[in-house]
Design a protein around this ligand. Sequence first.
Ligand code: NAD
Ligand code: GLY
Length: 364
Amino acid sequence: MTATEFEKVTIDLGDRGYDILIGSGLLADPASYSGLPLGTDALIVTNPVVGALYGRALRTALGSNYRRVHYAELPDGEAFKDWPALNSIFDALMTAGCDRKTTLFALGGGVVGDMAGFAAACYMRGVPYVQVPTTLLAQVDSSVGGKTAINHPLGKNMIGAFYQPVRVVADLGVLATLPEREVAAGLAEVIKYGPIADAAFLDWIENSLPALKARNTAALAHAVRRSCEIKASVVAQDERESGLRAILNFGHTFGHAIEAGLGYGEWLHGEAVGCGMVMAAELSMRMGLIDTGCVARLKAIIERAGLPVRAPALGADRYVELMRHDKKSEGGEIRFVVIESMGHAAVRAAPDALVREVLLACSD
Ligand code: NAD
Ligand code: GLY
């Protein structure tokens, strides 16, 4: 069998650097996993939905590289991105007698990826892990860059670690089985890269939305590759978010408040980010940075992607309380990613009154 064709994006982080392989048919191809750190054991971490679809194929592909391939299923959903689910990964590792050369394989979307990565960071103080992202959102964002975490009831992704994978294997073929709502959620994070870093990419997305929604392979390949290139460049400059990396959180301050306020899993992460980007654009406009045409254009793209653009009615006080827990907050002051011009973002504190105006204008 000849090796599957793929494109490669490299994350340039010295001895923590790694490749993202992008192509169709990669998941089941043993060649996708060649050259990884050697060990006897592998543990596939997945959930029942993804496991039923792709667990066997990954297990078979890994069979030639590892003497023992173990398997752990976490409950499916954002509501289970928590301590008990994380602990079940440690239970699986301990029960199987896995040593510190064990490699974890995160097979799933961002929930599985964030938790498997966090478990890899902790088990025996760190074992290697490979991201095998199976949602569009995970392929363009969460599998790349080494942010791992679980949620706390008071705030999203509040407990975690920066810990880079040793490879990302993004198989475009698996996106065929993704529910339509999840494709739209992934498009939110694709759209994000335009306003923060690449105005020409936003033009391309605007024109390519029908092809992306129809899952045209060439369109998906370009979206995943360009998104990964932008993320790779940002992460290489600021791995641990001491500055620049925060721009990747455009829309997330409002979005995380929606997710936590409604209860995790009610709105998908991508849906909350989509609506959050409309709110952050509105804030940028009210701060005098961009004009109303810019906000209207972004809102139309997000709506055409199939994402909500009106925020749920949580009440301004509750929104503000939730946003104070955001990781960008400093000394109780909430800081937002704002757009200075299309393709350029910055992190700024905003006057409370302006934030409340945005909440009033954008929520039901
Ligand atoms: P998810 O992991 O919940 O997956 C979405 C749903 O799709 C799940 O029900 C899953 O079982 C199903 N699924 C996955 N792949 C499938 C496939 N190929 N076919 C059919 N069904 C499939 O959600 P997500 O949107 O992938 O990830 C969201 C999470 O990612 C959030 O917790 C968010 O905080 C996190 N995230 C992390 C980062 C980071 O940098 N680490 C960045 C963005 C988002
Ligand atoms: N998704 C935001 C980041 O990786 O920094």
